[in-house]
Design a protein around this ligand. Sequence first.
Ligand SMILES: Cc1cc2nc3c(=O)[nH]c(=O)nc-3n(C[C@H](O)[C@H](O)[C@H](O)COP(=O)(O)OP(=O)(O)OC[C@H]3O[C@@H](n4cnc5c(N)ncnc54)[C@H](O)[C@@H]3O)c2cc1C
Length: 462
Amino acid sequence: MKSKPIPFEFIKSLEKLLGKDWVLTKESDLLAYSYDSSSLIKIPSAVAFPEKKEEVIEILKLAQKYKVPIISRGAGTATTGSPLAHKGGLVLCFSRMNRILELNEEERIVIVEPGVLNGDLKKFLKKYGFFYPPDPASFAYSTIGGNVATGAGGPKCFKYGTTKDYVLALEVVLPGGKVLKTAPYTLKAAVFYNITPLFVGSEGTLGVFTEIVLKIIPLPEKRLLFLSAHKKEEKPLEIISQLLKNKVTPASAEFVDKTTFLALLNSKQKDLLKNFANFKALLFLELDGEESAVDKEKSKVEKFYNDLGIFYIKAEEEEEIERLWDIRRAISPALKILGEKKIADDVVVPRRFMKELLFRIRKIEEETGLNICCFGHAGDGNFHVNILFNPEKEKIALKVREEIIKEVLSLEGTISGEHGIGYTKKSFVSWELSPFQIEIMKKLKKVFDPDGILNPHIKIPD
Ligand SMILES: Cc1cc2nc3c(=O)[nH]c(=O)nc-3n(C[C@H](O)[C@H](O)[C@H](O)COP(=O)(O)OP(=O)(O)OC[C@H]3O[C@@H](n4cnc5c(N)ncnc54)[C@H](O)[C@@H]3O)c2cc1C
């Protein structure tokens, strides 16, 4: 597969602006920016590495002039093909714009460039006793720019909310180099339309972020993790509902279904799970907050688990908590034993329908004989549905995916809770949205990107 050429003058101007070292055009170099965590490979025409916003502004002026598609890229961990140049174009990689610009403890905000890694920001804030909760499982290597553009979630988002709940304002560069501040850097603002949320989850289709203002909160005083094991697969989902009704608010409630659990029992984490071998499902339940509040909730959970005769272990030391979370983090690599290929979705249904969705998916699994995993952020009603298969079963797997999406929609759900649409789910958007909603998406895109040069070919149906 060859990369699509773009005007020679455009490349020359880029090289003049950034220096030759920061513009890639050789096919062998471009390969490194041709993939993300989907299975797609799309070689861009060129890759540029701006170091400051003034350079981004100039690049977007040039892109407008030469009508070159601009594909923003953080760390390339998206699961949907969203940071890829589907029909050529310039990949704008933010690895050099990775500075934490300001921490304001009084305002409880932090201002960052888009290329800062989520994990680096967490480490930095911890030194000052602060906390930025959104924690995609990829937090150690995904960027804040990518997290904002996908609306990333994670285990902690059950209690604390997802990325959308932490973005106070954005500085966005539009085609032609216009700079738009979506809001003042204040904690409240009611003058301009509230457009910041429009950019969260926009997947690079509306503008290029150069500065991100995030809300932060004090680091919780205490953490505590319960890992429970269950003989009935759906039991953890019932437990979450009952705990919520009981006014317990866990920081995280992560579910491991029976198919995923089987894979974990054969993974590098199998020693940690040796006491759990006779069970079918797991529930990770983390509590955090002020010490007295955590202790109160701990007693409630312990009583609840003991009354029901639930098998669990409890970790109260940081190191032990992280060791147990390693089991959850090991899921992605562990699934490889279930099939050479995978289709991964992140569907959401109202919490009350999670059990029903699980039953329906199991029925599909029995009928087709494929391995279907449903793990993840059960507290949010968000299942990571992974269909594992060998290449000869691809057609069946694609059909299964369609069946599952139909079930999700029939249960008042949505096809993506946090990974976004990108390229791989674009054909399903019209299954969920009405023609009127899609028309609104197209009109909004035109307001910010009239020539359609920002991440074309993703998110919005053709
Ligand atoms: C093992 C694994 C676990 C994961 N777990 C989770 C999880 O728990 N929760 C979750 O939500 N996701 C998860 N993901 C998906 C992925 O990590 C997230 O979507 C993440 O937010 C992507 O960040 P990134 O820096 O890699 O962005 P990229 O993949 O590079 O880009 C993602 C999108 O952001 C846009 N973008 C990047 N930078 C900018 C910018 N400066 N301006 C405008 N647009 C920009 C890109 O164009 C693209 O549309 C996981 C992925 C992997 C591989």
